[in-house]
Design a protein around this ligand. Structure first.
Ligand SMILES: Cc1cc2nc3c(=O)[nH]c(=O)nc-3n(C[C@H](O)[C@H](O)[C@H](O)COP(=O)(O)O)c2cc1C
Ligand code: SF4
Length: 320
């Protein structure tokens, strides 16, 4: 969106033309002001070239695209919460079904796609589906953007073919560990993705391989953790985030995340008790699969992975 906004606009135009849509919205977090302004000026450029508005390039096809800035709630990335927010309401996820394709924005059938998905469309139309599949894996084509953060020499955004090696992304593309430290763990697909230990990172970055490894490709946000980083602190940050971002509609998510946060904060203060890690596992298991939207699972799965894989480290500060 910041470097090549017209790629996204072209993807939106093609999608809308194919489906017969005349109004499109780019929903963006309020904090991304620079990107929102960049999109606005790209829309202006497209309009001035006759690529948006009425009777585009004399085709008889009309399309209006609007940039809508949210207020920064993570849950508004969930598609039905996004629709609520776009309608001017609180961003609470809706019950599904009905799915947005049948009843979506203002009760109209609605297509919702990720920006990365839409930006792939012009390339696929131009070069063909086989070209796209050939870039990645048979069941998972193309390239993905990986946002590498944490303890690496060169954190940043890397575009790689789907199926590239996670080790290569960290140790070649991102320059390896910062300050020559040892790798401890990797969160491979954004905060919701269950953590991998250092000995689990020899795998291709595609959906199937990460699912097989008990994690997920998710948003492609790769977080690299070194030996000097406390997994208790990583867990505390994750739990704090989800407890804060839970919209509060379902009890297991609302109560479960804040209850786990209380326990983790207690351990962090040096006041943990024997059985606390088992209690965290019990609470997170009671969130998993029992909520209205996937945020519940997105909170439970990384908590369970850290509690199970790094139990010894979490239990070290507990009072006996
Ligand atoms: C809690 C939550 C947050 C999400 N946040 C985002 C987001 O920030 N951006 C995004 O594109 N999709 C986000 N999603 C996924 C969307 O709901 C949706 O499934 C996806 O964008 C569909 O696009 P795709 O089919 O092109 O991948 C989120 C989902 C959940 C459950
Ligand atoms: S799972 Fe959490 S975020 Fe999703 S609807 Fe329920 S309370 Fe809200």
């Amino acid at each position: 969106m910041s470097r090549n906004p017209h790629l996204l606009l072209e993807g939106i135009l093609i999608t809308c033309f194919c489906v017969g849509i005349h109004n499109a919205f780019i929903y963006i977090r309020g904090e991304y002001e620079f990107v929102a302004r960049r999109l606005e000026s790209a829309l202006e450029e497209a309009r001035s070239q006759g690529l948006l508005g009425k009777n585009i390039l004399n085709s008889g096809f009309d399309l209006e695209v609007l940039v809508h800035r949210g207020a920064g709630a993570y849950i508004c990335g969930e598609e039905t919460a996004l629709l609520e927010s776009l309608e001017g309401k609180r961003g609470n996820p809706r019950l599904k079904p009905p799915f947005p394709a049948s009843i979506g924005l203002f009760d109209c059938p609605t297509v919702i796609n990720n920006v990365e998905t839409l930006a792939n469309i012009p390339g696929i139309v131009q070069h063909g589906a086989e070209w796209f599949v050939g870039l990645g894996r048979p069941r998972d084509g193309g390239t993905r953007l990986f946002g590498v953060s944490g303890k690496v020499r060169n954190p940043g955004l890397y575009e790689m073919p789907v199926g590239s090696s996670l080790r290569d992304l960290i140790f070649e593309q991102a320059g390896g560990m910062a300050e020559g430290k040892e790798l401890k763990a990797v969160i491979p697909g954004g905060m919701s993705a269950p953590v991998l230990r250092a000995d689990e990172i020899d795998l291709p970055l595609d959906g199937d391989s990460l699912t097989e490894a008990g994690s997920m490709l998710g948003s492609g946000g790769v977080i690299v953790i070194d030996r000097d980083t406390s997994m208790l602190e990583v867990l505390r940050i994750i739990v704090e985030f989800y407890a804060h971002e839970s919209c509060g509609q379902c009890t297991p998510c609302r109560i479960g995340t804040s209850w786990i946060r209380k326990i983790v904060e207690r351990i962090s203060r040096g006041e943990g008790r024997p059985g606390d890690v088992d209690e965290i596992i019990r609470l997170a298991s009671n969130i998993q699969g029992k909520t209205l939207c996937p945020l519940g699972d997105a909170a439970a799965l990384p908590i369970l992975a850290i509690a199970r894989k790094f139990r010894v480290e979490l239990e070290a500060p507990l009072k006996v």
